[in-house]
Design a protein around this ligand. Structure first.
Ligand SMILES: Nc1ncnc2c1ncn2[C@@H]1O[C@H](COP(=O)(O)OP(=O)(O)OP(=O)(O)O)[C@@H](O)[C@H]1O
Length: 607
């Protein structure tokens, strides 16, 4: 490429980024190993997309090498791939489709990456893997016991071995080579013959191949001279081991993430991975400087900054009076009172044209049902998205979809609009006798997803459509299709809302014992007399880590709002078993240094 062309490409990217110097430093960097840590909305994903597009457009990926881009889900990967493809025509003056960039860039998630390797080399450890790995039904290890045919084929000792590895992964301990081999052996001998594979095995098979066949590992190390990872904070221990296996001394790295958005600690996301890799891999750390999501709302900017300052200083930041963020809040004496205020606000906000609102809860509970009933009573249409990954209806629906999908499209992969519509009809028929609202919502999500793939993703090759849909079913990701649902109001858990955004967000039940359970260890838990719960001056050591984990969930909830977030709480709450408690208080997270609650009721102000 000529210098003039390179200058032109750089100028175009600079203009697209509005001259944001920090972002441009990352995009045009010569540094081989970069880690970008930045809060929600600072443009991490946007920067990653431009970096890939720049390297591609400026011809910096020599044939036959590729960039490996890893994201949290195949859905996110697909969006990145489409956006890179979308940028290239303006940079190169050529038409590029996601298919043609696919020759230079592999963008997928950890499981997708491993499946690609197993398709080529799986036969090295199991003959059964000569068959397309996508034809096996993938199950979570914790789900094995719920599948009668799997439970009966495994001896108690084998089941125990599989579970022990699952526990290791959840607790961020990498199993050793011998344990991995023993685990894989059970899956190969007992589960593959029944056409099942486990989520962990998809990665552990590859780790075993890399251990036993170093030439295969070396091939991947040289095939991917640059590895880019988005949402790096959610990498778990086996995914990290996999990544380490494909990093050679020469590999260039770009990791992007935000340690305060790590909300999957409970399933094994490594606690300090963002800081750990800086030294271990000699990475240059870059911080982005501008929040684009909240750029038009000074209070949201302050809120973001101050919550982060609390996390960084173990809740002892010094914040000037001028910098304190106002956070609009509702307080109800009862749950019904809280629900009425939330719904009145929703009605108020809906007057704005095309506005989208999320009502978020930490968990599914009777509290959420009361808000839901109030929405219904006021005739407000809403989408019920209160899923949790462990919910049996939710898991079972994904398993069913996966099974029916593989049966229908596994061999032919002939996916077109008509076939997909027929597929979602057949799932609907399979659930004809079901009356539960979870299944009802899941059927709507399936329709929305199928429509998205049929219309917006019509240009994808059938193989890519197959991979996308199968990944969503395998990894219980239908909740991510909430962004395609045609509903102005959505009820969701915070975990379900990860990576999504709405104009307005109301976070409900921000109460002691409801939003967090660290209260158990808290010396302030029994203080009487105020409707607010403050953190103790000296936080007990055992409380710090769980406190920060829960603060991450609060932070993710707050930062899903593009225009404004509200919180609500009440003196009454119900626990998971429906038991009623009174005398509740607003959770300490909403009262940390640098946050001032203001009355969110329309036309009112003041504390
Ligand atoms: N340089 C820029 N100029 C204008 N808009 C930008 C710029 N960078 C990012 N944005 C916009 O800001 C919003 C947030 O960007 P992006 O999703 O990349 O942030 P993020 O850091 O990945 O956020 P999160 O951590 O929540 O996933 C997007 O709407 C994006 O288009």
């Amino acid at each position: 490429m000529s210098d003039a062309n390179l200058v032109e490409i750089k100028e175009k990217i600079t203009a697209q980024h509005g001259g944001d110097e920090r972002q441009l430093d990352v995009i045009f960097s010569d540094s081989p190993r970069l880690i970008v840590e930045a809060p929600a909305g600072y443009g991490k994903t946007t920067t990653m997309i431009s970096r890939i597009a720049y390297l591609f457009a400026s011809g910096q990926i020599p044939n036959p090498k590729r960039i490996l881009g890893l994201t949290f889900s195949v859905n996110a990967a697909l969006k990145v791939k489409r956006e890179v493809a979308g940028k290239l025509p303006s940079l190169l003056g050529l038409q590029n489709s996601p298919v043609s960039i696919g020759e230079k860039v592999t963008i997928t998630n950890y499981h997708g990456f491993c499946k690609g390797i197993l398709k080529k080399y799986g036969y090295l450890i199991a003959d059964a893997l000569r068959k397309d790995v996508n034809l096996f039904r993938a199950v979570g290890d914790s789900d094995i016991e719920n599948q009668t045919n799997l439970k009966t084929t495994l001896t108690p000792a084998e089941l125990q071995s599989l579970k022990a590895v699952e526990t290791d992964v959840k607790e961020a301990r990498v199993p050793d080579a011998q344990t991995i081999h023993a685990y894989n052996d059970i899956v190969i001998k007992k589960l593959l013959p029944l056409d099942y594979i486990t989520h962990n095995a998809i990665i552990l098979f590859v780790l075993e191949i890399f251990t036993n066949y170093t030439e295969v590992k070396k091939f991947y190390q040289s095939y991917y001279p640059l590895i880019v990872v988005d949402e790096f904070q959610d990498t778990n221990c086996i995914a990290w081991k996999l990544l380490e296996s494909v990093i050679s001394e020469q590999t260039q790295l770009l990791f992007l993430g935000d340690s305060l958005q790590r909300i999957y600690g409970f399933i094994g996301a490594l606690p300090d991975i963002m800081s750990k890799v800086v030294d271990e891999y000699g990475m240059t750390k870059v911080e982005l400087s501008k929040n684009y999501r909240f750029q038009n709302n000074p209070d949201m900017l302050k809120l973001d900054k101050n919550i982060r300052a609390n996390a960084a200083s173990c809740f002892t930041p010094t914040i000037a009076a001028d910098d304190v963020a106002k956070l609009p809040a509702f307080w109800g004496t009862t749950q019904q009172d809280e629900a009425e205020q939330v719904v009145a606000k929703v009605q108020d906000l809906l007057a704005e044209e095309n506005v989208k609102i999320a009502i978020l809860f930490r968990n599914r509970s009777k509290n959420a049902e009361i808000v839901e009933a109030e929405l219904a009573r006021n005739g407000i249409q809403y989408f019920y998205g209160m899923f949790t990954d462990e919910d049996s209806d939710y898991v079972e629906f994904h398993n069913k979809c996966q099974e029916m999908f593989i049966r229908r499209f596994g061999k032919s992969k002939a996916i077109n609009k008509k076939a997909l519509a027929a597929f979602s009809d057949s799932v609907r028929t399979a659930y004809a006798a079901s009356t539960g609202k979870t299944v009802d919502s899941l059927l709507k999500l399936l329709d929305a997803l199928v429509e998205k793939v049929s219309i917006d993703y019509a240009d994808l090759v059938p193989e890519d459509k197959y991979t996308l849909l199968l990944d969503i079913f395998e990894n219980r990701q239908l909740k991510q299709a909430m962004e395609y649902v045609d509903s102005r109001v959505i009820l969701s858990t915070v975990h379900g809302a990860k990576g999504l955004e709405w104009d307005y967000v109301i976070v409900c039940d921000v109460e002691q014992w409801a939003f967090t359970f660290i209260c158990r260890d808290c010396p302030s838990k029994s203080t009487q007399g105020s409707a607010r719960c403050r953190l103790p001056q000296n936080i007990p050591t055992q409380m710090v880590e769980p406190l920060l984990d829960d603060l991450c969930v609060f932070y993710v909830a707050l930062t899903r709002a593009k225009k404004q977030v509200f919180i609500s709480a009440s003196g009454e709450r119900y626990n998971a078993r429906g038991r009623q408690f009174t005398g509740g208080k607003i959770c300490c997270f909403a009262l940390v240094n640098g946050v001032r609650l203001i009355n969110a009721a329309p036309n009112k102000s003041g504390d």
